[in-house]
Design a protein around this ligand. Structure first.
Ligand code: NAD
Length: 260
């Protein structure tokens, strides 16, 4: 389905991004990975995409909090791929504190990585997509792009911002073959969430599993976590022809969280 397409997935060395990269590679897309982690592990992941799915996979370790590194990554993608057909803006970090205690440098980091990087990759990817008259921009927002929770000022602000940016991008490209949409996952048990589960277990003096159960039950009527693979398949759907008239919207995959 995606043979001949080139996808850049930011924050794809683990969790949701890696599952998205696998889903796209599984459908035949060549992939550029991005994110932090152990160099050998990342190289093993890159190679396994090539051997498992028969696609070409690259890695660029740009720090998405830095505009110049994002520009270099997009140039690298152009040099290696010829251009990015599918842009998945997925890299993200979390930090929790009450707004009056929120460290300014943490606010800046969350906004830079979770929101500003999406602006930079989008502005740099759209000209090529316009030339091809085809493109898919998929932004991993969050249930927190739609509703708020305490202690997540920067994250909630960034994710609401991502949904706004998604809508503007969609309107500006509406008469082309480009679509821009956001996916809003609920709780997915990745590194980002594991750290929150551990912190809550420590605070409440309960086991990790009890903490995980409480965390998910508190927000998801389904009382179940979403899997990274389910988000990967959602991204794949947004790349399909069936989704060519879906633009400027979001898909919630959140066990019913935001229906409440
Ligand atoms: P994760 O920690 O497993 O993955 C985050 C990825 O972003 C990693 O590859 C990491 O290396 C990369 N990254 C972090 N800082 C970076 C930087 N400065 N430059 C480049 N890459 C950087 O977490 P995840 O849960 O898979 O998160 C992926 C996305 O999904 C995030 O945007 C997150 O906000 C969003 N999300 C997650 C959940 C959840 O429950 N896990 C829910 C809703 C939305």
């Amino acid at each position: 389905m995606l043979t001949g397409k080139r996808a850049l997935v930011t924050g794809s060395t683990s969790g949701i991004g890696l599952a998205m990269a696998k889903a796209l590679a599984g459908a035949g897309a060549d992939v550029m990975l991005n994110g932090f982690g152990d160099a050998d592990a990342i190289e093993a992941t890159r190679k396994s995409l090539e051997t498992e799915y028969g696609v070409t996979a690259f890695y660029n370790g740009a720090d998405l909090s830095k505009a110049d590194q994002i520009e270099a990554m997009m140039q690298d993608a152009e040099a290696k791929f010829g251009g990015v057909d599918i842009l998945i803006n997925n890299a993200g970090i979390q930090f929790t504190a009450n707004v009056e205690d929120f460290p300014v440098e943490k606010w800046d980091a969350v906004i830079a990585i979770n929101l500003t990087s999406v602006f930079h990759t989008t502005r740099l990817a759209v000209p090529y997509m316009r030339k091809k008259n085809w493109g898919r921009i998929i932004n991993t927002a969050s249930a927190h792009g739609l509703v708020a929770s305490v202690q997540k000022a920067a994250y909630v602000a960034a994710k609401h911002g991502v949904i706004g940016l998604t809508k503007v991008t969609a309107l500006e490209t509406a008469e082309t073959g480009i679509t821009a949409n956001a996916i809003c996952p609920g709780w997915v048990r990745t590194e980002l969430v594991e750290r929150q589960i551990e912190a809550r277990a420590k605070d409440a003096n309960i086991s990790i599993e009890e903490s995980a159960t409480r965390l998910v039950s508190d927000k998801h009527p389904s009382k179940q976590f979403v899997s990274p693979e389910q988000i990967g398949q959602t991204a794949l759907f947004l790349c399909s022809d069936a989704a060519s008239q879906m633009t400027g919207t979001h898909l919630s995959v959140d066990g019913g969280w935001t229906a409440q």
